[in-house]
Design a binder for this molecule. Structure first.
Ligand code: HEM
Length: 326
């Protein structure tokens, strides 16, 4: 089976339930559209050097605007339904959207104005929802897909991970405490995040003159932080930088590099570090543990190794893997 769409469905379902309380089916169209939007964006990137190209009514630009409108309408529907349910006391408030709306309504209420500058506008709530839909699933499905591919290529690590999982949980459903104790599985996930960082690059703009070693950077300069490149640099990781070697993380992240340099940042760094990193790692450990508990797996003959970036690193020709129940 091609595990790539399967992992996408899994992580969509998880984020949909955790963040929006709705089932995967309710968000299905939004996910399809967000995926198509990412493809359109990638197509548009080479044309951005043409001045004002962004505003031209090209087919790609028109489709992007259409998608943005449709996603907005769909999210608006979910939000208004939820606002009504909160007001009538019918809604559960333990998912992200519930918490966001409830706190927003309280904020607005306390300030006695519906347009209080302290609350969020409906557009801001929509933007937060879009970000969580995208940030919360695409990245984690990529992590799980590459983990299954890499463990198929390295059956000895697959077996070690399975042994650890079976020792911890047997055939029982994994729980939070047990998942936090999985050492080999964590090392494997870190190594996959290093070699196949779902996000390949971050950007930052200087807001004042900055000094970087002996380079002075004026305000307003856009800097690219090439995560994937740094994660593969032999100067930092050693001559085996491109090899799958989870043992480099056996004493934690800070000891994984050659001279203790902070060079592992798949979730970003600083004040804007990924808000969902613990959620993502827990989800990946849970998904992987449940697969390892029940299946052995290997790459199908049809598999072609071709990681390529569509905002995150996708397997270009899918990830066909054969599963054997045991
Ligand atoms: C393997 C999985 C994931 C990876 C590799 C990842 C990676 C990242 C990265 C690199 C950033 C940008 C940080 C920066 O600009 O410095 C980010 C931001 C963000 N991520 Fe994740 N992420 C993952 C999973 C998740 C999940 C599961 C959620 C939600 C539950 C999530 C929500 C967010 C949000 C909301 C932001 C924006 C934070 C901000 O701008 O302040 N991410 N993520």
């Amino acid at each position: 089976m091609d595990v790539w769409p399967e992992m996408q469905n899994l992580t969509r379902d998880v984020i949909s339930r955790a963040a929006f309380g709705s089932s995967y089916h309710e968000g299905r169209r939004i996910f399809q559209l967000q995926g198509e939007q990412a493809e359109c964006l990638i197509k548009a990137v080479p044309t951005l050097v043409i001045p004002f190209n962004w505003y031209l009514p090209t087919e790609n630009n028109r489709r992007m605007k259409q998608i943005a409108r449709e996603v907005r309408t769909l999210l608006m529907g979910i939000i208004t339904k939820r606002e009504k349910a909160i007001r009538s006391g019918e809604a559960t408030k333990d998912d992200l959207l519930g918490l966001l709306l409830e706190s927003n309504m309280r904020e607005m209420g306390q300030n006695g104005k519906s347009n209080s500058s302290l609350g969020m506008t409906i557009d801001e709530v929509i933007e937060e929802c879009k970000l969580f839909y995208f940030a919360g699933q695409e990245t984690t499905s990529v992590l799980l897909t590459w983990t299954l591919v890499v463990l198929s290529m390295h059956p000895e690590w697959q077996e070690m991970a399975r042994e650890e999982v079976l020792q911890q949980f047997g055939r029982q459903k994994p729980d939070f405490d047990g998942l936090s104790r999985l050492k080999i599985v964590s090392m494997i996930l870190y190594e996959v995040l290093r070699l196949y960082s779902p996000v390949i690059m971050l950007s930052r703009r200087t807001y004042k003159t900055m000094q970087l070693a002996d380079v002075t950077i004026p305000p307003g300069v856009l800097l690219g932080l090439p995560i994937l490149l740094i994660h593969h640099d032999p100067v930092i990781w050693g001559p085996d930088a491109t090899e799958f070697k989870p043992t480099r993380f056996s004493e934690g992240i800070s000891k994984a590099t050659k001279n203790g340099q902070q060079a592992f940042f798949p979730f970003g760094w600083g004040p804007r570090i990924c808000i969902g990193q613990n959620f993502a790692l827990l989800e990946a450990k849970m998904g992987l543990s449940m697969i390892l508990q029940h299946f052995k797996f290997e790459l199908s003959e049809k598999y072609q190794h071709a990681p390529y970036p569509v905002i995150t690193v996708h397997p270009q020709h899918g990830a066909p893997i054969t599963f054997l129940r045991f």
